[in-house]
Design a protein around this ligand. Structure first.
Ligand SMILES: Cc1cc2nc3c(=O)[nH]c(=O)nc-3n(C[C@H](O)[C@H](O)[C@H](O)COP(=O)(O)OP(=O)(O)OC[C@H]3O[C@@H](n4cnc5c(N)ncnc54)[C@H](O)[C@@H]3O)c2cc1C
Length: 458
């Protein structure tokens, strides 16, 4: 018997591990381990944790719908695995791996547990559009791509030739284990019950079907994506990030649905940005440690709380942070504007904003979030140049000219006219022009303090 452990792959079709399990012909016990390092400290109540649990709920319902059993437990993954392997005839652990430092360290511990108990340990990569290791070899490049546009062009060409289509294999094709019908299964069931989740999330609503979301987007919004994606008062984007990050829909199925559609290029480009950040997580040794490569001591948390609570006195920032705090959502352009405002105008370390988004974003993803914050803080591959600082007022006038978004989230500004509404208020915590000039000086020194060979433009 094998054990398959679900992670950020909360779906029942097109999973690399399912192909492998079917080929092996062996029965598999399917589990999901809710990890206290990711969901503890009340994170299950934050927008990011709640959204993940909604996808877990959906996955449990899908298993039920196909008359299969998913065992959902809560505990340190290596402790759960050790107890499971010690008490069962499992001879192989099968799972999908990830590139974050935490995921690598966790999987290293799981591998050690399996090795000590003489159990095979097999992993697959499943959440990128392209096979990035194969892409890197095929590109013939000695080092990594450091700029998005050449990466994008090459990856697009690569996909035309080497794209690996989605798999038709479904959970219902597998021979899965139901412990209630397994010899000695009651002992294992008792063991798994000792890892019951300490919080009640069964009443949580299940997430919507991402395939329906995708259909709606392709039908109603894709043709207008280019014009509307930055007009954040309208819902002109797909809102599929949370589903893709939880693996509730396969990135390959998303790509296949859009690849031959008219007007698809701009949206596919965004999917490739997603792969570009994953690629950096693999090929940029400093991706997770840029804060240690620069001297950030001139930065401080002085204005951080006001930024978090949406009380900076700059309407676009306060409206975006209010939306984030209340719903867990924030459109991409507003993420760029608020992140740049925090790191540049307010001179706060990017790591503080990154941590705040970690709890608050409904679609939080360690790699994509870090990528976005590095870009805003002018650190890492293809980041925003340190002297090009977005003016939040100009951004607000350009992308929400009538102030519709500002009135939605800051009703106290309802009566302001369309011009006035964008302007910093009397109590604004910084002057936009002066803080921009100060940030350029500070970041000039930060750039010079680099302890590593920085990215070049290849
Ligand atoms: C500071 C900052 C933090 C961010 N944190 C996250 C995060 O934690 N999780 C997350 O999924 N995205 C993050 N992003 C990227 C982006 O904002 C979201 O992916 C996007 O807003 C999701 O909305 P959507 O699904 O409607 O996107 P769409 O516009 O419909 O785009 C389709 C898909 O392309 C990908 N994509 C779109 N924009 C980007 C981008 N700028 N970078 C990488 N991939 C992109 C996403 O997977 C998205 O679902 C962050 C961006 C910034 C600037």
């Amino acid at each position: 018997m094998k054990v398959f452990i679900h992670r950020k792959d909360l779906r029942v079709d097109d999973l690399a591990a399912f192909n492998y399990l079917l080929e092996s012909g062996a029965p598999s016990l399917h589990m999901l381990i809710l990890d206290p390092s990711l969901l503890g400290h009340s994170r299950h109540e934050a927008h990011s944790g709640k959204q993940f649990l909604r996808y877990v709920k959906r996955l449990m319902n899908l298993y039920q719908q196909y008359d299969r059993t998913l065992y959902v437990v809560y505990g340190e993954p290596e402790v759960v695995l050790e107890r499971l392997l010690q008490n069962s005839p499992i001879d192989e652990v099968v799972l999908h791996s990830d590139f974050t430092p935490y995921a690598k360290s966790r999987d290293g511990k799981l591998r050690d547990v399996a090795r000590e108990l003489g159990v095979s340990f097999t992993t697959f990569i499943d959440h990128t559009l392209a096979d990035l290791a194969d892409f890197q070899i095929t590109s013939g490049k000695s080092g990594p791509y450091k700029v998005f546009t050449p990466f994008y062009r090459k990856l697009n060409t690569y996909l035309q030739t080497f794209y690996r289509p989605s798999s038709p294999i479904h959970l219902s094709d597998l021979s899965t284990v139901n412990l209630a019908h397994w010899e000695d299964g009651h002992r294992l069931l008792e063991l798994l019950q000792t890892f019951a989740p300490p919080f009640s999330w069964e009443d949580a609503p299940q997430a919507e079907d991402p395939a329906e979301q995708l259909d709606d987007f392709l039908r109603d919004h894709l043709p207008y994506y280019v014009e509307r994606r930055d007009h954040y008062a309208y819902d002109g984007t797909s809102s599929l990030s949370a589903a893709m990050n939880a693996g509730a829909i396969s990135i390959r199925k998303v790509y296949e649905a859009v690849m031959n559609q008219e007007h698809a290029a701009a949206w596919v480009r965004q999917l490739i940005w997603r792969d570009f950040y994953m690629y950096q997580a693999i090929y940029d040794d400093n991706f997770f440690s840029y804060e240690k490569c620069f001297d950030l001591s001139a930065l401080s948390d002085r204005h951080f709380e006001r930024w978090c609570s949406g009380q900076t006195g700059v309407p676009i920032i306060d409206a975006a942070m209010t939306e984030l705090n209340e719903t867990g959502r924030m459109p991409n352009r507003l993420r760029m504007i608020t992140a740049m405002f925090l790191t540049k105008n307010l001179l706060c370390p990017f790591t503080l904003g990154e941590q705040y988004f970690r709890d608050k974003l409904h679609d939080y993803d360690n790699i994509l979030n870090r990528g976005g914050w590095l870009w805003s803080a002018s650190l890492g591959f293809d980041a925003s140049p340190y002297f090009r600082i977005m003016n939040p007022v100009t951004q607000s006038v350009t992308h929400d000219p009538s102030g519709q978004y500002l009135r939605r989230w800051l009703p106290q500004l309802m009566d302001q006219n369309d011009k006035q509404i964008h302007l910093p208020q009397a109590h604004a915590i910084v002057d936009i022009k002066a803080s921009r000039a100060a940030a350029i000086e500070v970041y000039k020194h930060i750039m010079r303090s680099k302890q590593i060979d920085g990215p070049d433009s290849s």
